[in-house]
Structures are given as structure tokens and as C-alpha cells.
Design a protein around this ligand. Sequence first.
Ligand SMILES: C[S@@+](CC[C@H](N)C(=O)[O-])C[C@H]1O[C@@H](n2cnc3c(N)ncnc32)[C@H](O)[C@@H]1O
Length: 219
Amino acid sequence: MDHGFWEERWQRGEIGFHQPHIHAQLQKFWPGLGLGKGSTVFVPLAGKSRDMAWLAERGHMVIGAELSETAVRAFFDESSLTPTVRSSGAFQIFESGPYKIYQGDFFELPAESLRSVAACYDRAALIALPPAMRTQYARTLAALLSGEVQILTISIEYPEGEIKGPPFSVPAGEVKALFSDEFEISILEERDALAASDNLKQRGVTKLSETAYLLRRRA
Ligand SMILES: C[S@@+](CC[C@H](N)C(=O)[O-])C[C@H]1O[C@@H](n2cnc3c(N)ncnc32)[C@H](O)[C@@H]1O
């Protein structure tokens, strides 16, 4: 899954993963994290997700990481914001109001970029990556995020082999294998998501569940 794959999808508008509405499990479970206003949230592989706007409306500063410049520019356009843009190493950093988006490769984020982060919200980031990259993703996230961090992760599961990812099916056993060395993992909710996913139904998925996990760093 090289970088060109994603930029091409953005340029062709093949972004069936993008949701115009706020994710229901974010709205349901975020308050339970008990974060204060002004705390910083990291959104990896952010796309142009409106969930970032919802988090900002709750009083958070939002740091995103997104490969595609098309996606980052679309996020600010659709938020009616004109960001400042500067280069920093391998990244362009787009900033406006509560948002700071690193446009570039998540795996190259500098260690200092996420020091202030209190929580992380992963929707369609882990499941966007093929198996070998998921291991690297979990390691990188654990290394970049500081001590007390909490992560709300939303993953999907569908019958093995029904479609060629992304999105990939990442069952609970794999979430545990990836993160349990560093994090305590609780399942908050598992729900049937097929009816709401026309995109995956059309691609041939016959059964789909979506699970919200809360990861808290082990003491
Ligand atoms: C399935 S989409 C999900 C976007 C967003 N989380 C959402 O819920 O709409 C995955 C996104 O990750 C981005 N991406 C893929 N690999 C990346 C990487 N290595 N670093 C940063 N972004 C990446 C893609 O461009 C794409 O926008």
C-alpha cells in the first residue's frame, strides 16, 4: 500500500470511507474518557474526517496526520478555514484555529510532535493498513504517545477474504495482540454495521461488525 495508492484515491474521489456524519461510537464513548477542555487529541490517518471538527467543538486541540495533501486541503476548505502552511522536515504543517495537521507519512512523525497529546482517536486508521504495517503502526503509536494517554479505537470485522482490503478486517484477537503489551484494552461496544455500510455491502461483504475499544496505558 504505497503512498501513490492513497493520493490517487483522493484525486479520483474514491473515498467511500469518508463519512459526512459524526461517528456514533465517538459521540457515545468519548465523554467517558473524561478529558478536560483544552486537552489535545491526536487523529492518525485523519483523511478529512468531520470527527475532527466534532472533537474541536468539544474544546480539544486536534493534531492530525494525513498523507494526502488533497485530503488536508479539503478538510480546511470544508471547515471554511484558511490554514497557514509551513514545511518541517518531511512534512507540511497546516494550522488554523484548534487544528494542526501534519501532512506526510505517519510513520515519520517526529518524536516531539505528539508529546502534548492526552488521547488518540482511531477510526479507519488501523483498518486501512495491511497486516505487516499494522504491527509497525501499533509500535509507532505507542512510542509517540506519552504516558497517560487513552486511545479510542474503532475497528471492523468481516468474514475473511470477502473483499481485498482496505479496509481490512481486524478482529479483537489482533487488536489485543498488537496493543496489549503496552495497553489495557476494554471492549466498549460491538455492533452490527452492515446496514449502514452501503459501500462494503456493494463490494460483497455479507457480515460486518464494528467494535469500539478503549486502550489505557498499563501502569
Ligand atoms: C480509510 S482512510 C480514513 C480516514 C479517516 N480516519 C476517516 O475516518 O475518514 C485512511 C487515510 O489514511 C491516509 N494514510 C494512509 N497511509 C498513511 C500514512 N502512512 N500516513 C498518513 N496518512 C496515511 C490515507 O490518505 C487516507 O486518507
